[in-house]
Each structure stands twice: as structure tokens, then as C-alpha cells.
Design a binder for this molecule. Structure first.
Ligand code: MG
Length: 374
């Protein structure tokens, strides 16, 4: 059922505060994508080398070559593009209309192309192009193509149940499988918490309650319920425990990927863990850096895990609170020369205005009460 009050979460936030959270989400997603894109599908050691390069400031000189082209650092891929398209769709429709969203994806793909589009999503576009109904065109695979773009629902919907349903609905557009819906719901539920920010959003007991409430699929429940345990351990032991849980979880292991295959459930669990770890263990470090570094630690589908982890973290802290290094790297973001940092910032403001219940005049008001009093 479509929510009757499709207002944004932040009823008391000014539009510029909401814009900062959305910018944190979009730019975090793009930055994690760009960093992880360089070492996607490489062995874990290569992904870890990229994490070290990030910390040293040397990641800006890294690059990638594949059958689609030669890419300098900063290039974003499907993870960012689809995340933007879903957010824009929901901001406009105030809900998820599967048929419309399917054709918005297709239209963007046909007009601009999307770097790094996965096999299932490409097959979906082919079928849709031939006139198949969008629900029949969707793959039944458990790939992570729908998980990578689910987080924005956390910003939009006041009720957790609506955020989760919207995550399911957007997942079904390309990936009509239990795994894809479950992975998308996990990301959505944690996003819903992250969007609220504040320390209480990261309390272990509350996180555990949210996980128990929203992770319906057994395979995912087993692994995601281990996240609170890992977060309570010393950092190194916690990470190793999580890696062990992920190894046990990969019910359809793809041996050509080192550890995190592009599978909905492994991706969702590792990305959510990386985000929560970053928010709880910061110790003065930039949470964005820590989220990306932790995502890369496991290797595999690093552009997707790092983009989800950094997108969730960006949503929680807002773009203004990104560290100086993350902001320097963000200057290099682009999609084949388009979609620069300023475009992402402008888009965040546009989305915030679309999601505001009514226009607000906010400039110069610093007490947080401006704009919404009756
Ligand atoms: Mg990608």
C-alpha cells in the first residue's frame, strides 16, 4: 500500500540539512564505488593494497583496464547510476512504480550506457527492449544488482515498514528472487537507522532488534544476526569472525571471486557490517575512510560493497562531515567526464527540495527550528 503521507523522514530538518544528508549518501556511494571499482574482482591482497593507497592519498593515481575501457581513478559505475535513478524515481513518485522504474532504467541505459552493468541486469534490459513485461523480464537470480541501489529508501520514508516494502519493490524490477529482496531489505533497514543519525542509531541492541525484525530469509538471518556479535569484539577478531560467517553463508559460491561474490546476501551482510563498524569504531578517523577500508578488506565485489558501506555512512554523517581526504578524492568523481562532484551536490539539493513537504526558506537560520512551524 502506498504510504498516505509520503513525507520525508526529517520532518524537523531544514531542507539544507536534508540536502547535506542526501549529498553524503550520493557522494559516499560514488566515492566507495570509484575506489572499489579499481580493484573489483581482484584477489583480496589487491583490494587491501587499494585500501592502503586510499589512506596514503595515492589512490588518486590508481587505474583499471577492462574490456569496456581504460579508467582513471574517479570513474563511477552501475552502483552509483542505479542508486541515483532509484532516489530520483522515489522523490518524484513518492513510492516505487515498478513499470515506470524499469523503463527509466532502460531509457538511461540506452541513452547514456552504464559502466559495469552486471549480466543479469543486461539480460533484463534486452528482454525489456524486446517488449517483455517488466516482471517477466526480471531475473530470478540472487545477484546483488538490486541490493546496490536500495539504501535511499532510508532517507525517504518515515516508517521502517514502508522503507522495507519500497526496497522490495525496487528490487523486483530487475531481480525477482528471495535473496535479492532479503538483501535489499537488510540494506534498507540499516539505511533507515543511518538516516536518523545520532548515536542511538548505532546501539547494538537496537541494531539487533532491527535485523531480527527485517531479515526474513533464513540464510540472511543467520549471517546478519552475527553482525552485533562481531561489532562487540575487538576490531581484528570481529572482522575475522564476519569473514568466517560470510564464507559459511555463500550458498552459491562462485570460485572465480575471492570471498565476496556479486551475490545479494554476501554483499548486503559485508556492506552493512562495514558501515556499522565504521560508525562505532571511528576513534577520530573519518568514518567514510573506515567504511571503505573495511569493505575492501574482504575483497571481491569491492565497488558494490564499498559504495553501499560509504553511502550508508555518508547518509548518517552528511557530506559536510566527510574528512579532508575523502573530500579531495571526491573532486575526482565522474562518469566518463560527466557527473562531477558539483553535479552530485546540485542533485542532492534538488532531491531535498522534492522530498520536502513544502518549500522552506532556510538561509541564515541556525537554530534548527526554521521553516516548518505552522
Ligand atoms: Mg559496479
Amino acid at each position: 500500500m502506498k504510504p498516505s503521507t509520503p513525507h520525508r523522514v526529517f520532518e524537523n530538518d531544514r531542507t539544507d540539512v536534508l540536502a547535506d544528508k542526501i549529498a553524503g549518501y550520493l557522494i559516499g556511494t560514488a566515492l566507495g564505488d570509484a575506489v572499489g571499482f579499481i580493484c573489483e574482482r581482484q584477489p583480496r591482497a589487491a583490494a587491501w593494497a587499494q585500501a592502503i593507497a586510499y589512506r596514503n592519498g595515492a589512490a588518486a593515481q590508481t587505474s583499471r583496464k577492462d574490456k569496456e575501457g581504460a579508467w582513471k581513478f574517479g570513474q563511477i559505475s552501475d552502483d552509483t547510476v542505479f542508486s541515483r535513478l532509484v532516489l530520483r524515481h522515489i522523490a518524484k513518485e513518492k513510492w516505487v512504480d515498478g513499470a515506470k522504474l524499469a523503463h527509466e532504467f532502460l531509457s538511461h541505459y540506452n541513452t547514456h550506457g552504464i559502466v559495469g552493468t552486471g549480466g543479469s541486469t543486461r539480460a533484463f534490459f534486452k528482454a525489456l527492449d524486446k517488449g517483455k513485461h517488466w516482471q517477466e523480464a526480471a531475473t530470478t537470480s540472487g545477484g546483488n544488482g538490486a541490493v546496490m541501489r536500495a539504501a535511499c529508501v532510508g532517507i525517504v520514508f518515515p516508517k521502517l515498514a514502508h522503507a522495507v516494502e519500497a526496497a522490495w519493490r525496487q528490487a523486483m524490477v530487475t531481480h525477482d528472487s528471495e535473496e535479492a529482496r532479503a538483501g535489499a531489505a537488510l540494506v534498507a533497514a540499516i539505511a533507515w537507522r543511518a538516516a536518523r543519525g545520532g548515536e542511538e542509531a548505532f546501539d547494538i541492541a537496537d541494531i539487533a532488534a532491527t535485523l531480527a525484525h527485517t531479515t526474513t530469509w533464513r540464510g540472511l538471518k543467520n549471517a546478519s544476526m552475527k553482525i552485533p556479535h562481531a561489532l562487540l569484539c575487538d576490531p581484528e577478531r570481529g572482522r575475522e569472525l564476519m569473514l568466517g560467517y560470510i564464507r559459511d553463508l555463500d550458498v552459491k559460491p562462485d570460485k572465480t571471486w575471492d570471498l565476496i561474490s556479486p551475490y545479494a546476501v554476501t554483499t548486503a551482510v559485508w556492506a552493512v557490517y562495514s558501515h556499522l563498524y565504521a560508525m562505532r569504531e571511528t576513534n577520530g578517523l573519518d568514518p567514510i575512510e573506515l567504511a571503505i577500508e573495511t569493505a575492501l578488506f574482504a575483497g571481491g565485489d569491492t565497488d558494490t560493497t564499498a559504495s553501499i558501506a560509504a553511502g550508508l555512512t555518508g547518509m548518517a554523517i552528511g557530506y559536510e562531515r566527510f574528512g579532508p581526504l575523502a573530500k579531495r578524492y571526491a573532486e575526482l568523481l565522474n562518469d566518463r567526464g560527466d557527473l562531477l562532484l558539483d553535479d552530485l551536490k546540485a542533485e542532492a539539493m534538488e532531491m531535498a527540495e522534492m522530498l520536502s513537504p513544502r518549500p522552506t526558506k532556510t538561509h541564515g537560520m541556525e537554530d534548527g527550528t526554521g521553516g516548518h512551524s505552522p
